[in-house]
Design a protein around this ligand. Structure first.
Ligand code: ZN
Length: 83
């Protein structure tokens, strides 16, 4: 089974044979070195209602969004445990 990981800066995707929350990678598309999030985590972040999002949300790369969301308890920890 292959999992999909998403560049926190440009949204480019990479596929890996293993399943973790995130992978460290230099993006072949944008050249940034970042933490690619598992696509399922990106979906969890997308489900947070707009009115609960921190103000600076739109300026944060996806990996920072995950960190912020976990800090504030915006994501259901049961879903994170699936990974
Ligand atoms: Zn990228």
């Amino acid at each position: 089974m292959t999992d999909t990981y998403v560049c926190p800066y440009c949204g480019a995707t990479e596929h890996r044979e293993y399943r973790v929350r995130l992978i460290l990678l230099t993006c072949p598309e944008c050249g940034e070195n970042g933490r690619f999030l598992n696509e399922e985590l990106v979906e969890v972040l997308d489900e947070i209602p707009d009115d609960e999002l921190p103000e600076e949300w739109s300026e944060l790369p996806a990996d920072q969004r995950l960190h912020r969301a976990m800090e504030r308890g915006l994501v259901d920890s049961d879903r994170l445990q699936l990974l």
